[in-house]
Design a protein around this ligand. Sequence first.
Ligand code: PMP
Ligand code: GLU
Length: 400
Amino acid sequence: MKPLARRAGRISTSQTVAIDAKYKRLKAEGKDVLSLGAGEPDLDTPEHAKLAAIESIRAGRTKYSQVTGLPELKDAVSRKFARDNGLSYPPADIIISGGAKHCVFNTLLALVEEGDEVLIPTPCWVTYPELVRFLGGAPILLPTDMASGFKLNAQDLRKAMTPKSKLLILNSPGNPTGAVYDEAELRALADVVVEHDLYCLSDEIYEYIVYGGARHVSIAALGAEIFARTITINGMSKAYAMTGWRIGYTGAPPALAAAIGAIQSHGTHHPANASQYAAIAALAADKSFPDLMRSHLSDCRELALRRLAAIPGLLVFPPAGAFYAFFNLHAYLGASYRGKTMATSMDICEYLLDEHLLATVPGSSFGLEGFMRISFANGLEALDAALDRLEKGFRALLPA
Ligand code: PMP
Ligand code: GLU
């Protein structure tokens, strides 16, 4: 048989998705497995969103609709960008797609060519470097560390510039660290983006999930020049507990929005109408659901940080946003359990799943070895039970 396309060899299954699949398989086999793995809010989709979807089906809105999204949804997103983010994307420059992940893919398809360099602060969400590599681009990973709050600064970005630099990917609040950039930090990065004529993809999917004094700022709102070169991506998954509905949205400069529309017209046509009607209803309601989500996740965060602090040797980065705790587990690397040495964060995650029936994600999936990510978006009782297993698992690795 003839070989697959070379690009197929450049991509592997998302590790966060693979870990979730393994957790679900074990659960289906009847194992008492718990998950702090894939990031997915535990709350149910708001009732008014579900009802709107059901009504749309009953009303027969079940045929093809507009490629870049239902006009009512694009209007609602345009209003949301103006209200929450100070951004004026007209509906023509908004594309509704099958989740923020699809929005990221569409954007990279429209922008990245062989050899283009895409600057990605790490640790980062698994999907960014994978998709860039898939498209023949070069992911330029810009490491950040706990001491710098896991944030890229303008000097380091400037140092990484080459004639091939094309795009900076920012994700604030960030996955996996929960770091949130403030306005001054974003302004400094925006200056470099404008100076070097880059594009900036701003993934704002965790926008509403910020804690304490942290405030989300959209980089595109910081001036006309940065607005003109920023692609702002967001979606319904996290704030509205709508992961399975697959609705994300992109605000983009006009030429790019048109290119993404053309790509989507051939790639997927448009996301399911019923999901779009659910999104319209969710966005039309007041902010009480995202507020409830934030306050629930804030309780989860407190519990997770308290429990993690009680596990010897873990150095935990307190997240200002998103719903992950990211921690250094160097104290446990080199430990052994029943003759097996824990050489990597992946070894420790496999040990936790095999021996303690608990799914977690290794730092290596996000480009930082020696760390682990847990998602604390869970019911408090379930979270506490999962953290019992985590603590038991780590304590069993301590010298007797
Ligand atoms: N961006 C980041 C940083 C994420 O963590 C996720 C989670 N899956 C997504 C985008 C995609 O979200 P969705 O496709 O469900 O909208
Ligand atoms: N974004 C979530 C995570 O990081 C869901 C899985 C995925 O899409 O990667 O776990």
